[in-house]
Design a protein around this ligand. Sequence first.
Ligand SMILES: NC(=O)c1ccc[n+]([C@@H]2O[C@H](COP(=O)([O-])OP(=O)(O)OC[C@H]3O[C@@H](n4cnc5c(N)ncnc54)[C@H](O)[C@@H]3O)[C@@H](O)[C@H]2O)c1
Length: 359
Amino acid sequence: MRTMQVELGERSYPIIIKNGIINEVGSNLKEMGFSGRAAVVTNPLVERLYGKAVVGSLKAANFDTAVITVPDGEEFKTLKEVSAIYDRLINHRMERLSPVVALGGGVIGDMAGFAAATYQRGVPLVQVPTTLLSQVDSSVGGKTAVNHPAGKNLIGAFYQPKAVFIDPDTLKTLDERELRAGIAEVVKYGVIWDKEFFEFLEANAKALFKCGVELTHAIETSCRVKAEVVAKDETEKDLRAILNFGHTFGHAVEKAAGYGAFRHGEAVAIGMALAARLSVKLGLCEKGLYERVCVLLDALGLPVSLPDFPADALIAAMKHDKKVVGGAMRFVLLKRLGKVFLQDVKEADIRAFLSGKQG
Ligand SMILES: NC(=O)c1ccc[n+]([C@@H]2O[C@H](COP(=O)([O-])OP(=O)(O)OC[C@H]3O[C@@H](n4cnc5c(N)ncnc54)[C@H](O)[C@@H]3O)[C@@H](O)[C@H]2O)c1
């Protein structure tokens, strides 16, 4: 078992990583001082796989537990579904101290998190992430959101959980493509923060897919990095933005390809390769570093080449991105392994770069 803390003063919370912890959610919550009612928000697929374990543990710890399912899929990450969650929370007479347990991937975590942040002005939220992406990224740091027809994650709140329980064993049922997509975010932490971790990933690229100790180490290190960054800049005033390495390009690729064509992590892998190449073009880092990032992503079976999209389509998509500030395009660029920084780049330079006019 590995426990670490997200240090945010009186809102600090533990991240507990342990095989089998999915069976101990109830006893852990009881130990933390919760009692009475609880609600588990999940989807039918995850409920079938892990509902019994989590609900059983809550009932064994004497929680009066409701299970709230929402349909599976990003297209259901909407206010309409959150409204249905409110109805169920009201029916179950959830009160200010009744925990909402988010059991599932990032979609469930974001929606249940937003519901918990807003129901009765905030009830305790507990994250039990079951995809790699949610274990290493979305369950930690308190970003909750739903989509709007005008854009992804447009409606949301910063709302930290009371605890994050990560069971690496749950990844054994995850589709390999989902696992791979999550690994892209793991690589990101090595690139932006931790050279040794990047080297560990290079040495263990194949082993990660066995869902054993190597992957557990990768989850622990990723959570440690994210916890450290969030503790220093909870609401993304400056430092936290480095977690967006590869994401401005990645979101543009996702949008230009049409949502669903790429998994988010796949688009981020292409985005990281592009951000590294842009860093080389701007003379900020060695070409060898860009190549090294690409070799690792490729060894992990992740894409690194930009599909043949017109630069205009990508620029238009980037302009809608929240990370574009005041017309200038803000990128997280690479200096060396473990060292990135934010820099505004002129639209004309990005256009030239994307159309391959810069060599
Ligand atoms: N809040 C944040 O900081 C943050 C960060 C990154 C991404 N996100 C959000 O996360 C979402 C993507 O999350 P995701 O990649 O986890 O996708 P997801 O939640 O859609 O899960 C992917 C699929 O895996 C299934 N699944 C979940 N756990 C499983 C398991 N253990 N075994 C088998 N199948 C399982 C899900 O039902 C789903 O079909 C996006 O909405 C994105 O905006 C949020």
